[in-house]
Design a protein around this ligand. Sequence first.
Ligand SMILES: [Zn+2]
Ligand SMILES: [Zn+2]
Length: 381
Amino acid sequence: MPEEQRIAVPTEFDPEDEYRPEPEPEPLPPSWMDGRVRIGIHTSIAGRYLNALESARKLGCNALQIFSASPRMWQGGPARIPEVDAAAFQARREELRLGPLVVHANYLINLAAVQPMLRTRSVQAFHDEIVRAVALGADFLVVHPGARGEGSTGQAISTIVDSLKQATKRVPMGGLKILIENTSGMGTAIGSRLEEVAEILAGLLRDLPSGACLDTAHLFAAGYDIKSENGLASTIEQIDSTVGLENVPVFHANDSKVPLGGRVDRHEHIGKGKIGREAFERILRHPRLNSPAGEGLAGRAFLAETPIDDPGDDRRNVAMLWELAGLKEQAPEAEKGFSMLTPALKKKISAQRAQSSRRIAKKTVRSKMSRRKGSARKKGR
Ligand SMILES: [Zn+2]
Ligand SMILES: [Zn+2]
C-alpha cells in the first residue's frame, strides 16, 4: 500500500470490519440417505466384520443390523475393534452405500439392574458397545431397556437413565444415536408400554442423542393391534403422543408367532405369523411410516430379525419386505441362491441341537429318577 493512502485510512470503527466467524458448515448427510426407503436384515459378523456387509449386499438389502460381538456372552470377543478392521469396514460400507448401520447391543446387558455387580457389568458392557459402534461408524445402537426384577417401574426407569448417562460419560459419540427398543412385556421387562420408552427418552434428551427403535412383533405381543387398519391408526397415534414418530428412525420388521397381547418374544417370517401379510403391506406402505415422497423421516429403516430355519429364508424375507412395501423395482439385486445359512451350516447346527437336547433329556430322566426315589423314600416313611 502506498504511504499517502495508508495515512488516509480512517481510524474509526467500521462495523463491516468486525470479525465474524464463518458459520460451521452443516455436516453433509451420509451418502446412503438418498431419499430411498431403507430395507434390510440382521446379518452375521461371523469370521470378520466385513462379512456382514457382503451378506447384506447379497441378500438385496440397502440397510443392515449387526451385533458387534457375541450377543449372549459377557466376553464375546475383544472389547475394542482394531483400527485397520474398522477402517476397512467403513470404506467397504461407503462403497456399497449401505445404511443406516444399526448395531444391536448384547442381550445380557440390564441397565435397570438393582444388583450392583450386574449393574456395573451392564454399564461397562454398554460402554464397550458404544465404543465399538462408533469405531464401525454405526448410525444407531439399539438396546433393550432392561428388567426391573423386584423393583417398581418408576425406579427401573430412573436406573436405566442413570446407567445410560454413566455408560456414555466422556465418550465421543461421533454421529451415533442410542435407540431404546420397545419390548414384548415378557417377565419384568421394561418397555412394553410406549409411555415407558418415552419416559426413558425424556430423561436422556438433553444429555444424549437418542430415539426409539420399534419392533412390530414386540408391539403386537405387548397388545398394540397393528394387524387391523384401525389398530394401526391408533398405534401410530399413540407412538406420536408418546415417543413421537419423528424419534423412530428404525423399525424392526418381524412377524409374530404369538397372538395379540401374548407377551412373549417369538419372531416369525414376514407374512407367515399372527400379524400377517396384509397388515405388513399396510405398515410398510403407510404414508406416515414410509413415504419416499418425504413425508416420512428421510432414511427410516425397516430391518427384519426373522428366523432362518432353511437356507434362503433370509433372502426371502428381505424380498418380501420390498414387495410388500411396493418397491420391488427399487430393491437392490440379491445374489441368486445366497443365504447366511448354508446347507452345511444347517447340518452342523441341527447336529449341535440334537446333542444338547439329548443332554437335556438325560438330565431330566436323571432328575425324574431321583425325584421318584425321593418320593418312594417318603412313602416308605
Ligand atoms: Zn432387540
Ligand atoms: Zn423380538
